[in-house]
Design a protein around this ligand. Sequence first.
Ligand SMILES: Nc1ncnc2c1ncn2[C@@H]1O[C@H](COP(=O)(O)OP(=O)(O)OP(=O)(O)O)[C@@H](O)[C@H]1O
Ligand SMILES: O=c1ccn([C@@H]2O[C@H](COP(=O)(O)O)[C@@H](O)[C@H]2O)c(=O)[nH]1
Length: 240
Amino acid sequence: MDAEKPEYQRVLIKLSGEAFAGDEDYGISPDFLEYISREIKSLYQHGVQIAIVIGGGNIFRGVEGLEIGIDRATGDYMGMLATVINALALQSALERVAQIPTRVLSAIEMRQVAEPYIRRRAIRHLEKGRVVIFAAGTGNPFFSTDTASALRAAEISAQLLIKATKVDGIYTEDPLKNPKAEFIEEITYLEAITRDIRVMDHTAMTMCMENKIPILVLNIKKPGNLLKAVMGQKVGSLVK
Ligand SMILES: Nc1ncnc2c1ncn2[C@@H]1O[C@H](COP(=O)(O)OP(=O)(O)OP(=O)(O)O)[C@@H](O)[C@H]1O
Ligand SMILES: O=c1ccn([C@@H]2O[C@H](COP(=O)(O)O)[C@@H](O)[C@H]2O)c(=O)[nH]1
């Protein structure tokens, strides 16, 4: 284990589903799986307790179902199942590439595939040095995996929620839509909500505010960013 001490001992990482697709628009990229496993290993080697919530945007989002006649709640369940697929892929990669013991805990019971989500069990896994992957979001339709990350971060008393995404941090507007948007290094929860910063949904932001969980938004595609975050080095944008 490295002598350098991390700033945070227990973190929750929200991994965007879209990032799982790598350079494609859909599916799971083997290169990304390998890359993210190595990135996570770098934190793990510093003794950081790591919980992960995975999105499903690379496979299915509930709102997409509406376009093909699938009602919202059913579409949302499909979206939650998509996060389970991503969780299993990540588990397999973490164990194969990084040799890290990993547990998938699902908010929707499917015993043959994953453990059911039980808060105290999740904490026990973390204490035992297992990376915990929370699958199936909150288990409820009409929510998002952003909200699931805020909820799980509060439940496990994570010291930091890292929103690992495709952009460098928070901007005045979505930088993928407006390249002239300006970078914001630090912002309060309330300001992020009132300025309608959409990098994380408002329900998630409010939950973090109420539970005083700082949110760090960073670019997951830049190697070393996750490690910088847990070491307390300057990276991304902070909401607190
Ligand atoms: N003000 C803003 N600053 C930064 N990013 C923003 C802003 N408004 C919108 N975004 C967009 O929010 C996105 C973050 O959401 P992301 O796609 O990572 O997560 P998600 O939608 O929760 O995950 P998934 O891909 O699984 O659906 C960024 O890629 C960015 O394009
Ligand atoms: O608690 C939850 C979490 C997710 N969903 C559905 O899953 C998809 C994928 O999640 P993303 O956050 O968009 O990556 C989401 O669009 C919802 O349809 C849910 O219903 N409840």
